[in-house]
Ligand binder design. Structure first.
Ligand code: MN
Length: 735
């Protein structure tokens, strides 16, 4: 390691700090504020003076960078900058919340306290569990700056993730996709959301990411030419009208291209040219914005035919996260549909930076859509007795959906997620209206409860006192509010039934002479694989649980335990270091921090083979399962059960074969099947497990399952097969 030049380092730190101040010029209006920011910097600098980041640089660079993101990319003010500078002090150094309150004020102390608590929840804990998510949402309502600063913190950590350990990188990337990107989206931080997604993808799929990136660069020229040609007639007319504007192309993010490619199974070439054209107008005053936008719309559609069904007016009815814009899709000269987004500079700022930018435009505007959203979230969290996991699922559902706007008989507008039904509408009016809902009239026509609403519908709900929520209602309602209300009504019903199950269990325990005071219900839940006590009693009452299995339990040290506990089995996998009796060139997968050779099985959702990047997942009954990091289940497993993830990697090549699948697409040609099978079995001596070919209109699609040794063996096979006459495309398939 080379000598550290402390003087040089000090200069670099000061440089970073002044650059941050420059980016925050909107926030340091007066001398007092300036002084307070400087004080926060001095306190943080002193507190972190001995700390270094994983990369080796002084720790203080991190809080400075977070403060800069807050100021520059989110548009936050002085309070947030001060808190960002101090955000890690209470958690990592001697400084206390009381110190912050004394030196900076109560508001600052409250925010930093919130930040410390959240990071206690999401960073230190090995896993991001739903309960924690609930806590995070609750802090949202205390002061939203806590979440905004936390997002800035995460963004900087993602930007500098390279110096972390690989398994940590993967965990952080999963969490980012699972929680932070959706949160950023909901808060309207569009650029940050895209960057978080791209950085996560880069971490999880480095090759795929690099490939798309380089292809995007290579095709940039084609897009630029298209935009120039498309916009030139529009430009001319708008200039004649004396409007100030800017026209630019918005290519899709790498993450969204990747998603499209993998979900629709299409090639880059089929999606790369999907992009929107954005026209940003510098309106002279806010009152002219709407008419300016429609004027531009009129010019655009003078030249290009619009698709009427794809017109979106988010200026008259902004989205709940504050998004305002006019979208239309028009037919371009090349015969392709192109989305055109029309908005003013102010709208664009809000769309890219979110609500903080909104506050910049509307000083002291308290009745913002955002406040409404926050209060809705709070209401949901507090009203529900659902378990947190359900809450999370429902909430995520609502995070991603677009909105529709419908009307009450009096003409009041309500916004609901797209896909919402009449029953969702009923619950949005009032819980009682939902509970007693019989049906509805939509635009004066009678419709059932499950009828999906469209924007502009006028809805009148019909109720009856005798109506009660039904189980199947859950299958079609969309909103969290409806779901949680139905669930809690059903749960009340269930509780009654469960009461019976409880006494059945007590009787049975008495019969096999286990005193029910000794019974650990948690153990029984785990054993019978039911999520809650209530469910346990309920299923017993319905006779769905085999109580004869109780014989497999015993009372040990005063508690009920299965005779062979699950924990014991898992422990065995960890505890024992197996001696290797195998021949030198056997498959070697090492597991855990100590790189031990433990028993494992390969997950059949993604069929990993040596050479793949993998990790281990400790299952409850089947020991350690090995998944590819690119397995579709990875994000879910890592974010929900991070504590069960165990680092694994292949360390040596070997001669044992692994099963993998290939999909071959080509032009049907006499003898092609024969040629393919010859190559597989004769030339390369690969063992073929199964083979199926389909031919349709001269195009054939084949699926072959083969036994290969590792990825390089597989690559070689694919290369050879690609040379067969008629073969157009070969893909690896995992199941
Ligand atoms: Mn931090």
């Amino acid at each position: 390691m080379s000598e550290i030049d402390f003087e040089e380092e000090k200069k670099e730190v000061l440089k970073a700090y002044t650059a941050m101040l420059r980016a925050a010029k909107h926030a340091k209006k007066d001398a007092v504020t300036k002084k307070r920011i400087r004080k926060a910097f001095d306190v943080a600098l002193e507190a972190h003076k001995t700390d270094r980041r994983k990369s080796g640089e002084p720790y203080i660079f991190h809080p400075i960078a977070v403060a800069r993101i807050c100021a520059e990319e989110i548009g936050l003010g002085a309070t947030s900058i001060i808190c960002a500078l101090l955000h890690d002090t209470v958690e990592d150094t001697e400084i206390t919340i009381e110190d912050i309150a004394r030196d900076f004020g109560n508001k600052e102390a409250l925010i930093i306290d919130g930040l410390t608590k959240i990071s206690g929840v999401v960073d230190n804990n090995v896993s991001l569990q739903a309960e924690n998510f609930k806590k995070i949402l609750l802090t949202l309502s205390e002061d939203v700056r806590v979440i905004l600063i936390k997002i800035a913190d995460r963004l900087h950590n993602m930007r500098t993730i390279g110096s972390m350990r690989r398994d940590k990188q993967l965990k952080i990337a999963s969490e980012t996709l699972f929680l932070y990107a959706p949160l950023a989206h909901r808060l309207g931080l569009h650029s940050i959301k895209s960057e978080l997604e791209d950085l996560s993808l880069k971490c999880q799929e480095p090759d795929g990411f690099a490939e798309i990136k380089s292809k995007l660069t290579k095709t940039q020229e084609v897009r630029t030419r298209f935009i120039r040609k498309f916009s030139s007639p529009i430009k001319q007319v708008l200039e004649e009208k004396g409007l100030k504007f800017e026209i630019k192309g918005r290519p899709k993010s790498i993450h969204s291209i990747w998603n499209k490619m993998s979900s629709k199974n299409v090639s880059f070439e089929e999606v790369y040219d999907l992009f929107a054209i954005r026209i940003i107008i510098d309106s002279n005053e806010e009152s002219l914005e709407k008419s300016d936008c429609w004027q531009v719309y009129s010019v655009v559609t003078d030249f290009y035919q619009p698709n009427i069904e794809r017109l979106r007016d988010w200026i008259s009815a902004p989205k709940a996260n504050g998004y305002e814009s006019l979208h239309t899709t028009v037919m371009s000269p090349t015969g392709k549909w192109v989305e055109v987004q029309i908005r003013t500079r102010r709208m664009d700022d809000i769309a890219e930076k979110g609500f903080a930018a909104h506050w910049k435009y509307k000083e002291g505007g308290s009745e913002s859509q955002f406040d409404i959203w926050i209060s809705q979230v709070r209401e949901l969290i507090e009203s529900t007795d659902n378990n947190a996991l359900e809450l999370l699922d429902d909430f995520k559902l609502n995070l991603f959906t677009d909105e529709i706007y419908v009307f009450t008989p009096n003409g009041d507008m309500k916004s609901l997620p797209a896909g919402a039904t009449t029953l969702d509408f009923a619950f949005s009016v009032h819980t009682q209206v939902g509970t007693n809902c019989l049906g509805a009239k939509v635009n004066n026509k009678l419709v059932p409860l499950s009828h999906q609403l469209k924007s502009g519908d006028q809805v009148e709900i019909l109720t009856s006192k005798n109506q009660k929520p039904k189980e199947d209602w859950l299958s079609f309602v969309q909103t969290h509010k409806a779901k949680s209300n139905i669930k809690s009504a059903l749960k009340d019903e269930k509780r009654k039934v469960a009461q019976k199950g409880k006494s059945i269990l007590e009787k049975e325990l008495k019969r096999i002479k286990i005193s029910h005071e000794n019974v650990n219900l948690q153990e029984l839940q785990t054993y019978y694989k039911v999520p809650s006590e209530l469910e346990l009693f309920y299923q017993i009452s319905l006779d769905k649980i085999d109580l004869s299995k109780l014989k497999e339990f015993e009372v040990r040290k005063g508690v009920l335990k299965p005779k062979r506990t699950i924990q014991k089995r898992v422990q065995r996998y960890f505890g024992q270091r197996k001696t290797v009796t195998s021949k030198p060139k056997k498959p070697i997968l090492v597991i855990g921090d100590n790189m031990e050779k433990l028993d494992y099985t390969l997950a059949n959702c993604c069929n990993p083979i040596p050479g793949d990047e993998v990790y281990g997942f400790i299952t409850v009954t089947e020991g350690i399962k090995i998944h590819k990091t690119s397995c579709p289940n990875t994000v879910q497993l890592m974010s929900k059960y991070a504590y069960r993830i165990i680092k694994s990697s292949w360390i040596e090549e070997q001669e044992v074969a692994f099963l993998t699948g290939l999909k071959i697409i080509g032009i049907d040609d006499m003898g092609i099947v024969n040629n393919i099978t010859q190559i597989i079995s004769n030339e390369l001596n690969v063992n073929m497990r199964s083979l199926s070919f389909d031919s349709n209109d001269g195009v054939f699609e084949g699926r072959v399952m083969v036994m290969v040794q590792d990825t390089s063996h597989l690559t070689n096979l694919i290369k050879k097969l690609n040379k067969v006459k008629g073969v157009r495309k070969i893909e690896r398939v995992d199941s």
